[in-house]
Design a binder for this molecule. Sequence first.
Ligand code: NDP
Ligand code: OXD
Length: 296
Amino acid sequence: MFADELKRLDPDLDIRLWPHFGKADEIEFVLTWNHPLGEFNKFKKLKCIASLGAGIDHLLRDPDLPEAVPITRVIQSSMAQFMSEYVILGVLHYCRQFAMYKDDQAVKRWQPRQPILARDIGIGIMGLGQLGADAACKLVQLDFNVAGWSRTPKTIGGVESYAGDEALDDFLSRSDILICLLPLTPDTRGILNAGIFEKLPAGAYLINVARGAHLVEKDLLAALDAGHLSGACLDVFQTEPLPEDHPFWNHPKIFITPHISSITDPMAVMPQILENYRRMKSGKPLRHVVDINRGY
Ligand code: NDP
Ligand code: OXD
């Protein structure tokens, strides 16, 4: 699919499909998602590793990642659009109590409930990057009371900015709905844990659309079962696909989707991959290079 689109854009491109890459020394540019560990060491002339997604944690898990080869990621408005749609749907589904009406429908119960006005609902977005900032702006337009937490302060119209570890508790205490859109790094792994949940207002709702490893799954189950959290919408999991015997599947307060909140659209994304390939060939600086030391 991705190769077809690249070929369509430039029929002269020499594209090799792993594992049939021919002579390893001829490979200069790798386009990848969840590669087999250690594989890149074969490519001694590698000049760029391009992630097919927004995240690069799938690359950084490789202890043999060649040093000094730049890593690029996808930054695309369609990814942000898909993600914001999902987040808004998750928020509205929860706020307008659709899960309860579905249960009512199953038993033919006519039970109107009073909704809460959007401006009275505090939404906290962890991560105000390409995706978090877009979702924040769109939720502001719907009149939600939106705050974001990031490493460095942000100025985004209508969004309250909290930055750094010292601001985390205040950010959490005003977040009736907590949305995780952080990259997975050593600092953020396991960040959605019991210590964080207990700082959220009673009855808070969690939406995790970043990475499964952000969430300590047993802590979520405990917080839901204790009634401190009222529910969770999860798109990502420690193990994907989610194993059949996983307790999340049948949990009445958990809504599950299979890592689809935002999906790379080959038509939208291949032009920027091709542009970077051409930049690499002509020695120009690459676009969307990540900071490997920071991890995103
Ligand atoms: P960006 O790199 O653009 O933004 C990351 C944000 O997280 C930044 O605001 C950054 O702060 C903040 N951040 C990073 N580390 C910390 C920390 N330790 N404490 C506080 N804030 C921190 O990423 P994107 O918005 O493009 O993507 C976010 C993640 O979403 C991806 O890494 C990926 O894991 C996930 N994703 C999931 C998809 C899905 O289908 N489920 C699809 C696409 C992405 P600062 O700006 O100050 O540096
Ligand atoms: C991504 C993803 O990081 O799809 O792009 O999860």
